[in-house]
Design a protein around this ligand. Structure first.
Ligand code: FAD
Length: 459
């Protein structure tokens, strides 16, 4: 067996993310910005800590990207009117967070580790950065139940380390190093293993959220099946803090898979990428991930496709062998290799002046790749219908959106240089659901004080 290194070398300009070389399941990879303050793993006992004042304090924005929020206040209740740097505060408990929202009236933007502050549209107003770094406790973990409760500021990587000690994982693998649970939920961030395990909405079974008026709302619980009440967690997933501040999260866990194998196929065009991905997706094989790394050249798209299998050793060996045989029959003589770890690009997001997230019907993968301009490159979860693309800064977004629309496709700006952001149409056309989204926003945040402007249509 030989390791499967990228045929395309470094196919996009960015460094592979820290999760890129992960061979274990569900790791966000790399280091984290800190351990949770609690070492309660397995104890099942909640921790306690002295509350902090909860008063807004002038703080260093740290990793906050000033280009991602317009801090000049346009709202009453500003803590620093017109300031280039908004004040920040770190509530240390759900109660403090609720008090803060009850006792202030300005605009707030929650910040976890600041790893995705460039995602979503820039906030139109930010009087106060609400940092979740002091909400950093794993409050309940009973390994036998495969459920964990952790506060929003707990870094995903730190949680994974605690769970791994018990042979378990949270099966989410977004690559952003240091990402907090709250940020992962609010940005609906996922990685390659979503094919097998689903995304945030599938794994989040409970949430505690503080609403704009200070109301503490809880939904879900510690059982995997939950039929009572509204599933608030699904609503707040992907809402970028625009509907409430996530304070605590309850997750369904999985056992860490004991073995892994990869099958890598080199590609000579988008059509072959589509055919190979469809072959695996329609087979009886059960890959954990099916990832494509691609570069759009002047005449063709090249790259490689990797199927990742994670299970017990016998199953992994059997599936990888069958997958390699299946792909070899369709690979047109191009190399198909079996390895034991994903390549460096696996799970990374591309970087560049303009990075897009495309979502589309999975069968449309070749059409979507062909719609991208020459020079574009990135990764794609081939069987899911999601691609991350670094495209030239001058890309005509409206034309690209029109080209992918027939495939149930959308293209949102994932990240862009601060100089480009003000002129970008971040989300694209609002679509039919906008009226409903506006009503949801009106209900949860009528004064428009939470992450204003971050969502579709300036919500
Ligand atoms: C008020 C509000 C406003 C929001 N506004 C926006 C917005 O404007 N734009 C936005 O992107 N998000 C918006 N969000 C966030 C949004 O809810 C989602 O979190 C985010 O867009 C990701 O969507 P998703 O969960 O459908 O994506 P994913 O689950 O990642 O799915 C991506 C897409 O892949 C395709 N796909 C996946 N599997 C299949 C399959 N088996 N067969 C066929 N196709 C498949 C589908 O097209 C699917 O929509 C908003 C959230 C709120 C609360």
């Amino acid at each position: 067996m030989s390791g499967a290194n990228s045929a395309a070398g470094e196919p996009f300009s960015g460094e592979p993310g820290p999760g890129g070389s992960s061979s274990g399941g569900g790791s966000s990879g790399g280091g984290s910005s800190g351990e949770p303050s609690s070492d309660l793993a397995g104890s099942g006992e909640p921790s306690s800590r002295e509350p902090s004042s909860g008063e807004p304090s002038s703080g260093e924005p740290g990793s906050w990207d000033p280009g991602s929020a317009a801090p000049a206040s346009t709202q009453p209740g500003s803590t620093q009117p017109g300031s280039a740097r908004p004040a920040s505060t770190q509530p240390g408990s759900v109660g403090e967070l609720a008090d803060l929202l009850r006792s202030t009236s300005g605009t707030l933007v929650p910040v976890g580790a600041g790893t995705k502050t460039g995602w979503a549209a820039p906030a139109t107003s930010c009087d106060l950065l609400l940092r979740t770094s002091a909400l950093d406790r794993i409050t309940e973990y009973a390994p036998g139940d495969l459920v964990v409760v952790a506060e929003a500021g707990v870094p995903l990587a730190a949680l994974q380390r605690q769970l791994a000690a018990h042979g378990q994982m949270l099966a989410l693998d977004p690559p952003e190093e240091g990402a907090t649970l709250g940020g992962v939920v609010a940005a609906n961030a996922s990685g390659p293993r979503r094919l097998r395990y689903g995304t945030v909405r599938d794994l989040l079974i409970g949430v505690t959220v503080v609403l704009a008026d200070g109301t503490v709302a809880r939904s879900g619980g510690k059982v995997v099946k939950n039929v009572a009440g509204y599933d608030l967690g699904k609503l707040h997933t992907g809402a970028h803090g625009g509907l409430g501040v996530i304070a605590s999260t309850t997750w369904r866990l999985h056992p860490l898979p004991p073995a892994a194998a990869t099958v890598t196929a080199r590609l000579d065009g988008s059509a072959r990428a589509g055919r190979l991905a469809a072959l695996v997706a329609r087979s009886t094989l059960t890959p954990t991930a099916l990832e494509l790394c691609w570069r759009r050249g002047a005449s063709a798209t090249t790259g490689e496709l990797v199927a990742l299998f994670e299970s017990i050793p016998a199953s992994v060996h059997d599936q990888a062998t069958r997958c390699a045989e299946l792909l070899a029959g369709e690979a047109g003589g191009l190399a198909v290799e079996v390895g034991d770890a994903p390549p460096a690009w696996f799970g990374a997001r591309p970087t560049g002046p303009l990075v897009l997230r495309l979502a589309f019907a999975p069968a449309a993968l070749p059409h979507v790749l062909d719609a991208l301009p020459p020079g574009a490159s990135g990764t794609a979860s081939a069987a899911v219908g999601v691609a991350y693309a670094a495209v030239p800064a001058a890309t005509d977004l409206a034309a690209l959106r029109a080209a992918v629309a027939p495939y149930d496709g959308s293209a949102v700006v994932l990240a862009a240089d601060p100089a480009l952001r003000p002129a970008l149409d971040h989300w694209g056309p609002p679509g039919d659901a906008f009226t409903l989204m506006t009503r949801v926003k009106d209900r949860f945040d009528p004064a428009r004080r939470l992450s204003p402007g971050r969502l579709l249509g300036g919500l």
